[in-house]
Design a protein around this ligand. Structure first.
Ligand code: B12
Length: 296
């Protein structure tokens, strides 16, 4: 996952505060509008999860802890956030299939589901075939299930530090089956954790989780996202236009579009169709290949 134009601190902080206000007021429509705005600003899914939704949920936890909101408020906010987590995934580009399959869950005693679901969605967007099976799955049952189905990776989310012994026992059981999957453990329980748990990889956040799995599976990081492609083409259109001494208005006239459209293209903000790309190449007196040959 890469950084995008919308991933700037001030914007993210503002959106996080607005989400928290809307969640505190249990305003579903207001909450949806915050995520809608983040998507329109082109924030990356991992950024929306880590820098907007997760900190808003942590603040909901603090309000609950201080007795300023009830458990009913927290439950309601969690349900709203559950749909926001799906909304982000449904409205984001998925990289092409990478051929790997992952199962995401948590072991006995762990009922926090949000982090597991977010990580499952991020893997899916990164090109994985993902099965998210909910939380609180006993280790013995998980081991039996994994010996019947075929997955490359098992991702376990752990929020409560008190669940670490359960997770150690589960990893032990699962690693003793024939052809066990690669196991990754993640979640806030592992902040500052320096121990080994079997052969499992351990991370405390989703961005590191994606990197660790890409490395472990030998997945190329050369896959280009839609946004990188649009930024690259935009930069190329700008370069060729300037080399021809044209301004944005001139190019718009030649291509039969308005100046604002050219500006969006050059800033990587216009999702171009092939037809539009051909029209631009023709107007610039160049080829589609030239507009698409840029370095990442
Ligand atoms: C909502 C909530 C609940 C909901 C759960 C619904 C849900 N959302 O999942 C309910 C009501 C069920 C709940 C119950 C409890 N909760 Co609670 N809960 C929270 C709260 C407010 C938000 C949790 C959340 O959704 N965070 C957002 C998610 C997305 O963040 P995250 O889990 O950290 O995930 C991110 C990363 O860690 C990472 N990640 C997570 N998993 C994985 C896995 C992999 C493989 C990877 C790579 C990455 C990764 O990805 C995510 C970001 O992209 C937190 C407050 C807080 N500070 O977090 C308390 C909190 C987690 N709960 C807490 C407690 C104590 C409990 C209860 C014991 C309360 C009780 N007395 O009954 C029970 C335990 C239930 C159980 N057995 O699991 C404590 C935990 C303390 C601790 N460190 O052990 C917290 C911190 C509140 C507090 N300050 O005391 N809780």
């Amino acid at each position: 996952m890469t950084t995008r134009k919308g991933d700037n601190f001030v914007l993210l902080n503002r959106l996080k505060d607005r989400l928290l206000n809307n969640l505190t007021a249990v305003d579903r429509i207001g909450s949806v509008s915050v995520i809608d705005e983040a998507l329109r600003y082109n924030c990356a899914p991992v950024t929306i999860y880590n820098s907007i939704i997760t900190p808003a949920m942590v603040s909901i936890g603090e309000l609950w802890h201080e007795g300023r909101i009830t458990i009913a408020h927290e439950h309601h906010a969690s349900q709203i956030v559950d749909s926001l987590v799906d909304m982000v995934a449904q409205n984001s580009m998925r990289l092409s299939d990478n051929g790997f399959r992952a199962l995401v869950t948590s072991t006995s005693g762990e009922n926090h589901w949000m982090g597991a679901k977010m990580f499952a969605n991020l893997l899916f967007l990164d090109g994985w075939d993902v099965e998210y099976i909910g939380v609180n799955t006993p280790g013995e049952d998980l081991a039996k299930y994994l010996s019947e189905i075929s997955v490359d990776v098992l991702a376990l989310s752990v929020v409560l530090t008190t669940n670490i012994p359960n997770v150690k026992a589960s990893v032990n059981t699962i690693e003793s089956i024939e052809n066990p999957p690669f196991i990754i453990l993640g979640g806030p329980a592992f902040k500052g954790f320096n121990d080994q748990v079997g052969r499992a990889a351990i991370v405390d956040n989703s961005a590191s989780g994606l990197t660790v799995l890409n490395d472990a599976m030998g997945i190329r990081s050369g896959n280009i996202s839609l946004q990188e492609m649009l930024n690259g083409i935009g930069g190329k259109v700008l370069e060729v236009r300037k080399s021809k001494g044209l301004n944005q208005g001139d190019l718009g006239t030649l291509a039969g579009v308005d100046r604002a459209y050219i500006s969006l293209v050059e800033n990587g903000k216009q999702n171009l169709t092939m037809a539009a790309l051909f029209k631009l190449a023709e107007a610039l007196g160049t080829s589609v290949n030239t507009l698409m040959s840029f370095s990442k």
